[in-house]
Write a protein that binds this ligand. Structure first.
Ligand code: FDA
Length: 400
């Protein structure tokens, strides 16, 4: 006697990629069930974009993603792109706006995106089961009744296709678990060591005097040791450096490396002082700098002896060089990052060489699929991670 439930497809994870994939499979006529460990669907979506969900970007290219195989994303991004998702959002009458650099946010709330995904799942009769503890996954001996058996909340569930959409490790409070990596390893797939991405940096003990600048934000150009650079705003916090510039570069930073920061990329500070010398030679350096940089930063430099206040006409060549270094060449050595507690994504994950870029199916294990952030694909800040969730989910649904 067989006591089990059967579905064509089981998706583990009712987040961005899992919900979207479920709706697309069901729309194509597939019978699909989604299992999640949480009390609610789409918990990360609700938190995203400060509660307004930056659901995609007007400019999405493979260059906006990090992966050991940079070509992997191309096919999925081409087959379901930002315009396809924008069309769906528009179809649901969700009002949205561009904030900056092509980033699209909901006008009202991230809840609109979750409600849209829920409505899509309902429309095509997707079964969603919440508060599921998945104890183990096994391969079925007899494929006639599915290729996999899952044991969840004490019940056996058989399926032909198993889609892993459990995301990364960031924000454990929102249900993140290493389940997806463990399943990949159980089935013999390589997993690149995960680490926190899009994450703020922390101060070393010797830099803690910068906490005096907490709350100050300024436009900078920040460069990692690998040469990758971002021009965006930097935020001083009590713990370290945050803001879009810090989050973006964190994806390219390796532990132990320092970052190069130009605190005034729009000006050549030495030239500015030389020009001022002609018009206002008696001006104090402090006054001159405060016209371009936050007052508190200038005061901190003076208080720490990083710069000396003086009449600009008297500044020596060495002092000008010192000023240039302080303003344009800050070599910031992070102590580390804030880690998964505040990270927006997880770098690393299931090796994409193990996965078909057309269908997201494992090349080794028929019927086993990985989508979204659990894969070794991470996007920049700006809606790219959600776009990957939608695009990879769509590719998978077409492949099933
Ligand atoms: P996602 O994390 O969405 O879903 C995974 C699901 O699997 C969860 O529901 C989880 O509970 C479930 N799960 C995990 N382990 C399980 C287990 N063992 N058993 C059962 N279920 C399990 N991106 C972007 O493009 N724009 C933005 O504005 C933001 N903003 C943002 C803010 C914050 C605070 C965070 C943490 C992240 C973002 N992101 C973002 C990133 C974005 O949220 C993320 O890349 C996607 O949600 C990934 O979608 P997935 O479907 O892969 O995982």
């Amino acid at each position: 006697m067989n006591h089990f439930v059967f579905y064509d497809t089981v998706i583990i994870g009712a987040g961005a990629s899992g919900l979207f994939c479920a709706a697309r499979i069901a729309e194509n006529g597939g019978q699909v069930c989604v299992l999640d460990n949480g009390k609610k669907i789409g918990r990360k979506i609700l938190m995203s974009g400060g509660g307004f969900c930056n659901f995609t970007n007007l400019d999405v290219t493979p260059q906006h993603y990090l992966s050991h195989n940079p070509h992997f994303v191309k096919s999925a991004l081409a087959r379901f792109n930002q315009w396809d998702f924008i069309a769906l959002v528009a179809q649901y009458g969700i009002a949205y706006h561009e904030k900056e650099q092509g980033q699209l946010f909901c006008d009202r709330s991230a809840e609109d995106i979750v409600a849209m995904l829920a409505a899509e799942c309902e429309k095509y009769a997707v079964n969603i089961h919440l508060r599921q503890q998945i104890e183990r996954v096994e391969r079925a001996d007899d494929n006639s009744q599915g290729r996999f058996i899952l044991y969840a909340n004490g019940q056996a569930i058989r399926c032909r296709n198993l889609v892993i959409a459990t995301g990364g490790l960031s924000m454990p409070g929102l249900g993140a678990t290493p389940f997806g990596y463990q399943i990949a390893q159980q089935f013999g797939l390589n997993v690149f060591a995960p680490r926190a991405g899009l994450v703020p940096f922390t101060w070393r003990e010797t830099d803690k005097f910068y906490t005096a600048l907490s709350g100050i934000s300024l436009p900078v150009e920040i460069t990692a040791a690998c040469g990758k650079s971002f021009a965006n705003s930097l935020l001083f916090t009590h713990r370290g450096l945050s803001g879009p510039a810090a989050l973006q570069i964190s994806n390219y930073w390796q532990s132990g490396e320092s970052l190069h920061i130009d605190l005034l990329p729009s000006e050549d500070i030495a030239q500015y002082i030389l020009n001022l010398r002609r018009t206002s030679p008696k001006l104090q350096l402090k006054t001159a700098l405060s016209r371009l940089l936050p007052n508190k930063l200038v005061e901190l430099w003076l208080a720490q002896g990083i710069l000396q206040d003086e009449v600009i006409a008297q500044m020596s060549k060495v002092r000008l060089e010192n000023l240039t270094n302080s303003v344009h060449h800050w070599h910031f050595q992070p102590n580390g990052t804030e880690g998964y507690r505040t990270a927006e994504v997880t770098l690393g994950g299931v090796d994409t060489d193990e996965i078909s870029s057309k269908t997201m199916e494992s090349k080794r294990v028929k019927g086993l699929y990985f989508i979204g952030e659990v894969l070794d694909v991470s996007g920049w800040l700006g809606g790219y991670n959600f776009q990957w969730a939608w695009s990879s989910a769509y590719a998978c649904a077409q492949g099933i």
